[in-house]
Design a binder for this molecule. Structure first.
Ligand code: MG
Length: 368
């Protein structure tokens, strides 16, 4: 089996509500999604998606995905999509770095490999748990009152896990953490995501002021050096998300004890192949995980679910799915959907969901 053609589509995914990153920074209202179809000449076709969370969140750029695929395409056409390590090495040779551009190719190849094997991606990766994975909401940076309203809106949709964006004015951050905790229900999972919004001293002030609550913070400061500098000076568990990009990052975090939780975003780390190694480093070091695609359609949500299903139930806190935040459905209700706040892995082979091509418009690139 060989990759014979790669077709690239660009589509705008509008958000239902405008979104602000932590600290009220960087409002945006639409996601720039890249959909990739890989054909093999055997009748098997795989689909991948790369949808950065805007281009202001981390170094990932919608048009950069398309440009990266154009550069890498000649190096992977003709390879067997089931031989994922060869695909990965070819991409890394053709274009060092630029992991976010590689993840849709990796995803489409896993989709084909799963279909060829008659197995879901999670099962092909070694075995997928069918325990439904809670979906974490994403509660943008707001006032205390707005935070309450957004969490309640998600609760109405069944959500039991919430990622509350903080990281602005620290007095307001403390107030919001205290308010959300006062309303937290039994069994709810709440992560306070700072999105790099604090300096070291701001992080220590908020984390000390909320120490009695024993809550978890994600990415409190800009870099791993910052997080290392304050490690040991607070009691709260920490998740590292934006600073977990490469396998070397994962090794450092684990070795130096910089976090108790990994927030693995598949688009950021370069796809399932590379993320699986981070999962194993985490499991070997007693580190739990949240798994996310980064953003995007139900295809991206499905990819995240497959990786999450390969994590033991006890070590996987939640997945993050974007489907309830966007107003365009490119797959007509198919694929893993929010059922009572959870995603359910089926027995469908490969990714388990493909888009309706007529929703995607004309391709922006065809290679091969
Ligand atoms: Mg985060």
């Amino acid at each position: 089996m060989k990759i014979t053609r790669i077709t690239v589509y660009q589509i705008a995914l509008p958000l239902e509500h405008p979104y602000w990153l932590s600290g009220g920074r960087l409002k945006f209202e639409v996601l720039d999604a890249t959909l990739v179809k890989i054909e093999t000449g055997t009748g098997l076709t795989g689909w991948g998606e790369g949808t950065p969370w805007g281009h202001t969140y981390v170094p990932a750029h919608g048009p950069g995905i398309r440009a990266g695929i154009e550069t890498m395409a000649p190096f992977i056409i003709g390879l067997d999509p089931r031989r994922g390590l060869e695909i990965e090495r070819a991409m890394d040779l053709a274009l060092p770095g630029h992991l976010y551009a590689k993840s849709p190719i990796d995803m489409a190849c896993w989709d084909i490999a799963g279909q060829a094997a008659g197995l879901s991606i999670a099962d092909l990766m070694g075995g997928g748990s069918r325990t439904p994975r809670p979906i974490a909401s994403s509660v943008g940076a707001k006032t205390v009152e707005e935070t309450r309203a957004v969490i309640e809106r998600y609760r109405q949709r069944g959500y039991v896990a919430h990622s509350v964006k903080i990281g602005g004015d620290i007095e307001r951050d403390i107030a919001r953490v205290r308010d959300v905790e006062s309303l937290r229900r039994d069994g709810e999972i709440v992560l306070y995501d700072v999105n790099r919004g604090w300096t070291r001293q701001q992080a220590l002030r908020v984390m000390s002021a909320t120490e009695d609550l024993n809550v978890m913070f994600e990415q409190p400061c800009e870099s791993l050096d910052d997080i290392a500098a304050i490690a040991g000076k607070y009691a709260a568990p920490v998740s590292v998300d934006e600073s977990l990009v490469t396998l070397q990052d994962a090794a450092r975090i684990a070795r130096d004890g910089l976090a108790e939780v990994f927030g693995i975003k598949l688009n950021r780390v370069g796809g399932l192949t590379k993320a699986a190694r981070m999962r194993d480093i985490a499991l070997a070091h007693g580190i739990d995980m949240f798994v996310m695609a980064t953003g995007g359609s139900v295809l991206a949500d499905a990819e995240a679910l497959h990786l999450a299903a390969t994590i033991p139930d006890a070590n996987c806190h939640a997945v993050w799915a974007c489907q309830d935040m966007i107003t365009l459905d490119i797959a007509g209700g198919r694929g893993p959907r929010n059922i009572d706040g959870h995603l359910h892995l089926t027995e469908a082979p490969g990714l388990g969901v493909h888009p309706d091509e007529d929703v995607l418009g004309d391709p922006v690139g065809v290679y091969g």
